[in-house]
Unconditional design. Structure first.
Length: 156
């Protein structure tokens, strides 16, 4: 396995990987309305645009994209809010350490950008995963409408 920056030709594979997670995993923890909203929000067109402002990575395993994750700034250049975005692993590859390896790349991006904190809008099923890496639930950013748990990692 190796992790590399995503390119335009990866978008359809990334979309399929994300949809598999929404349909096979996240739908067991979130309402259908939220699942549909996020699937629509992450259309092929939207993912193509995201390539312009997020650092999207893919994990390639035996020639197939088995995971993806992005480093994003949801703030401004003056006041950045660096966050994990769209971290997904093929459902059949969950628990094999791929997500952790992608997350390590994203945390290093945060360090390279001199971030003191790094955030993640976690799905309900991923809270324990992020907690293993030091993220803590952030009560300052509740997002109950989207059924998201915001979590923050303090970077030292």
């Amino acid at each position: 396995m190796f992790i590399r920056p995503a390119n335009e030709s990866d978008i359809s594979d990334i979309k399929r990987l994300m949809d598999r997670n929404f349909d096979d995993v996240i739908s067991r923890y979130h309402s259908l309305a939220v699942v549909d909203k996020f699937k629509e929000h992450n259309s092929v067109e939207s993912l193509q645009v995201q390539l312009n402002w997020k650092k999207i990575y893919v994990a390639v395993i035996e020639g197939t994209i088995g995971g993806t994750g992005a480093f994003a700034n949801f703030g401004t250049e003056e006041v950045p809010i660096y966050s994990v975005s769209n971290l997904f692993i093929l459902p059949e590859l969950h628990g094999k350490g791929i997500g952790g390896q992608i997350l390590d790349v994203l945390i290093n991006e945060a360090r390279d950008n001199d971030a003191s904190t790094f955030h993640v809008p976690s799905s309900r099923n991923a809270v324990n995963f992020y907690a293993k890496y030091g993220f803590r639930v952030d009560d300052l950013q509740p997002d109950e409408n989207d059924e998201i748990t915001w979590m923050t990692l303090v970077i030292s």
